[in-house]
Write a protein that binds this ligand. Structure first.
Ligand code: IPE
Ligand code: IPE
Ligand code: MG
Length: 260
């Protein structure tokens, strides 16, 4: 078991390295993304079992549109396939066994059986209408689940999220719904896509890159950072546990002084 580790309430993940994983094997990058999806299913299941309350993963950034068209297309198709299958399970409450045929759709079974709430952050108007519809329904069908909230960031950029929030604030101010004096950090946070979600306690980035890549810029203000060289498709429950072990050794001061 997880040796009595104190669980971070919210873990944010930058799942990076799918392309390098594929390259190492002489495979097309798309195969790395497919393997990455399978890893994600296992990690969502592990996270829910370990007692993590919020798990936020970076699936596609606002900058990722600059990749070659076929790679963008493949990523969107993967997202569509998973969103629709997940919705199907959630709506029909189909059994685990049925969806285990051919692949291990652990995310699906977790969502259906372990009460996972699904939320999407990012600007969704750029997606095809059927995908937007699937996302909206996934969110509404799972909104009462309380075991874990699984947040997927797609077409997400921290600066884009903040810019959209400012736009909403300006409209509300113009329409008399909020006065400048009423703006606080808490109020501003309620305008972000992550409204109602606590800030991440731990950020894990795979594949060794030491940067945020425009992820959760507001929310990561006091998050503990952990970077591993492990490529995302190779990431395991043990790697997740190791990150949480590191987290357990951190002293979070939030600008104060040490308690010792
Ligand atoms: C992360 O893997 C997945 C996405 C960004 C969608 P990459 O595709 O960035 O993999 P590398 O960094 O090129 O290895
Ligand atoms: C960040 O990874 C975005 C996602 C994991 C979805 P990237 O691979 O796009 O980031 P950079 O380009 O290395 O900064
Ligand atoms: Mg990358």
């Amino acid at each position: 078991m997880e040796e009595n580790l104190r669980m971070p309430e919210h873990v944010a993940l930058i799942l990076d390295g799918n392309g390098r994983w594929a390259k190492k094997r002489g495979l097309p990058r798309q195969m790395g993304h497919k393997a990455g999806c399978e890893t994600l299913e296992r990690i969502v299941e592990a996270g829910a079992q370990m007692g993590i309350k919020y798990l936020t993963v970076y699936g596609f950034s606002t900058e990722n549109w600059s990749r070659p068209e076929d790679e963008v297309g493949a990523l969107m198709q993967l997202f569509r396939t998973y969103a629709k299958r997940l919705l199907d399970v959630v709506v029909r409450r189909t059994t685990l066994t049925f969806f285990r045929i051919g692949a291990s759709f652990a995310v699906l079974s977790v969502a259906a059986e372990q009460g996972v709430r699904v939320r999407m952050i990012g600007e969704r108007n750029r997606f095809a209408p059927d995908l937007v519809e699937a996302i909206n329904r996934l969110e509404s069908e799972t909104k009462d689940n309380t075991n874990m909230t699984f947040v997927i960031a797609v077409n997400y950029g921290g600066r884009d999220e903040i810019t959209r929030a400012v736009r909403k604030v300006m409209r509300d101010c113009r329409d008399g719904r909020i006065a400048p004096e009423e703006m606080t950090e808490q109020v501003f946070a309620s305008y972000l896509d992550t409204a109602g979600i606590p800030d991440p306690d731990l950020l894990i980035r795979t594949s060794g890159e030491l940067r945020l890549s425009n992820y959760l810029l507001w929310q990561l203000a006091y998050t503990e950072l952990y970077v591993t060289d492990c490529l995302w498709p190779d990431f395991t429950r043990e790697e997740l546990t190791e990150a949480i072990r590191h987290y357990n050794r951190r002293e979070r001061r939030f600008g104060g002084i040490t308690a010792k």
